[in-house]
Design a protein around this ligand. Structure first.
Ligand code: TD4
Ligand code: CA
Ligand code: ZN
Length: 305
């Protein structure tokens, strides 16, 4: 099956009250793990590249691998640009076969965020490509009211943003953060905000910084020498609650990185004689595939392809 748009996958999820994972990849191994998980779970998936991934691997390599895996898996996969900030990179993605782009103007003042997002939406939609915008700041919230308000997405602003920009989906801030160290103390998340924003926008909502940092993955990493002390992710129960409130796309990168790296550390320590990259990477791919399958079941996208 050829790559499908983000809108096709996410509108279906919106109507069906489930979420689809957006999994980042920078190489063939992680891409194959995601596509393999989709095939085994009969699940749609977004396969996401950051601007950094494009710089690392090259846009043509990423697009042709993504197309090949979509064909081979037969699953609805969407090739998505994650956190597009550079106008030229976004245009290159649209021209080279990405089926969804994110324009991240969340660091800009509201009026500027609306203006740039609207412009990208017009260009992308003319090319049949879906668009995700972002409103609010991805950063852990401290337990005091004034800092919360400057970070979290405001429902009234979200309503205006969606109406004026024409985005197909909206990334919101409810207290999650990127990377392995999301919370200093106990996780603080503003889950009820999801439903409030959904009521005013009705479009698919997106949760960034959604990795859970599974205990077994963390433990394996630490056991084999990773310096990952202090890592903490989004509790799975909170993820499920956020999906119930109206999240339809859940971004996961850190969990896949930690899974790959902890497995690589284990294999390298167990097979120090190996001079075959395949010996080392195959178990990593298998471990990433298992984590992706687990996420698909948790989010409710299994069986929805
Ligand atoms: O948007 N993302 C993924 C961010 C990827 C960043 O890639 P570069 O290092 O190339 O810039 C997420 O929201 C993932 O959140 P997570 O909780 O997995 O960190
Ligand atoms: Ca942002
Ligand atoms: Zn993100």
């Amino acid at each position: 099956m050829s790559l499908v748009t983000g809108k096709e996958i996410l509108d279906k999820a919106n109507h069906g009250y489930y979420a689809v994972g957006a999994f980042n990849f920078v190489n063939m191994e992680v891409l194959k793990a995601i596509a393999g998980a989709a095939a085994e779970e009969k699940s749609p998936a977004l396969i996401a590249c950051s601007e950094g991934a494009i710089k690392y691997a090259g846009i043509k390599n990423l697009v042709s691998m993504a197309k090949a895996e979509a064909d081979a898996s037969g699953m609805p996969l969407c090739l998505h640009l994650d956190h597009g900030k550079d106008f030229n990179v976004i245009i290159q993605c649209i021209r080279n076969g990405f089926t969804s782009v994110m324009i991240d103007g969340s660091h800009l003042p509201l009026e500027e965020n609306i203006a740039i997002t609207k412009k990208i939406a017009e260009i992308a939609h003319a090319a049949g490509v879906s668009v995700e915008g972002e409103l609010g700041k991805l950063s852990g919230i401290e337990d005091n009211v004034s800092s919360r308000e400057s970070i979290l997405t405001d429902p009234a602003e979200a309503e205006r943003f969606v109406a004026e920009t024409g985005v197909d989906s909206l990334a919101i801030a409810i207290g999650t953060a990127h990377g392995p160290k999301k919370f200093k103390g106990e996780p603080i998340l503003e889950i009820p905000l999801v439903a409030e924003i959904k009521k005013r926008t009705s479009i698919p909502l997106v949760l960034h910084g959604a990795s859970s940092v599974p205990a077994d993955v963390l433990e394996k990493g630490l056991k084999y020498g990773a310096k990952w002390e202090g890592s903490k992710g989004v509790p799975e129960a909170s993820l499920v609650e956020a999906v119930k409130g109206g999240i339809n796309k859940v971004n996961v990168d850190t969990d896949l990185r930690m899974t790959f790296i902890s497995t690589l550390r284990q294999v390298m320590s167990e097979k120090p004689e190996s001079v075959d990259l395949r010996d080392l990477f195959k178990p990593c791919m298998g471990a990433v595939k298992d984590v992706v399958r687990y996420k698909m079941r948790l989010l409710g996208s299994s069986g929805k392809a």
